[in-house]
Design a protein around this ligand. Structure first.
Ligand code: ADP
Ligand code: NI
Length: 223
């Protein structure tokens, strides 16, 4: 999308150059899609401030705890540093920091409510990008980046009742579908996002069924 606000345009350039060559599924193209979807959701949500929504989308992964030793403040800190360097108003900085602090999935047993409407839109856009065909691709990109096996039927999915347990997880990538991806549809904030999620969720289920069939060679049969 094209930025209409100059601060949004500068932030998009900053994040684009920072994430262009990222290989874990948290690349610029992910950010670009989240930005685009969050903008579209904001157009149906008159109470949402478009500037906070767009900056939140662009900065939501600026310094993810997964790549900063589990430090959950790395993201808000990096966002503040950038926005202060651009003389952004303090109320905008605080709103963006809050979105980054609240957005992450933290385990099936941990609720992650967003306290602002802009946060709800950015979280929905981020979660939509974790399901569907793109979501499948990103999960395996992430697992490959971390050196994880695709699948191991002996390792059972876990519920993860605390963020610590979720953070320390090193399970095969297929487990991630049961521990997170299949549950995102039920955890969306807006009806518009839930609508988009229908087809993407169905694709996840179809992918898993086919994957497990091939894993066991059921489609090969007697040959
Ligand atoms: P969130 O924005 O909800 O915090 P993440 O940043 O955890 O989402 O996830 C970003 C992408 O990385 C998603 O597509 C997600 O599926 C993938 N991912 C995160 N953890 C894992 C994992 N343990 N195995 C496979 N993919 C993962
Ligand atoms: Ni993201």
């Amino acid at each position: 999308p094209d930025a209409t606000d100059p601060l949004v345009a500068r932030t998009a350039d900053f994040i684009r150059s920072k994430f262009l060559h990222e290989g874990s599924g948290h690349d610029w193209e992910h950010i670009r899609r989240v930005w685009q979807v969050a903008r579209a959701l904001a157009q149906h949500t008159p109470q949402a401030d478009p500037l906070v929504t767009e900056l939140g989308a662009l900065l939501h992964d600026v310094a993810d705890w997964k790549f900063h030793d589990g430090d959950e403040e790395a993201g808000p800190r990096a966002a503040r540093q950038w926005l202060e360097s651009q003389q952004a108003p303090e109320n905008v900085i605080l709103a963006v920091e809050k979105i980054i602090r609240e957005i992450s999935f933290k385990g099936l047993g941990v609720a992650t409510p967003m306290s602002t409407v802009e946060g709800e839109l950015v979280q929905d856009a981020d979660r939509l990008d974790a399901i569907g065909a793109i979501g499948v691709a990103r999960a395996f990109a992430y697992g490959g980046h971390k050196g994880r096996p695709l699948h191991d039927p002996a390792v059972l999915p876990l519920q993860h009742d605390t963020f610590e347990s979720y953070k320390q997880n090193t399970a095969p990538t297929i487990n991630h579908f049961y521990e997170k991806l299949l549950h995102l549809r039920e955890r969306l904030n807006t009806p518009a996002a839930r609508q988009v999620a229908q087809e993407r969720h169905a694709f996840l289920e179809q992918f898993l069924a086919q994957f497990l069939r091939e894993w066991e060679g059921q489609d090969v049969g007697q040959l």
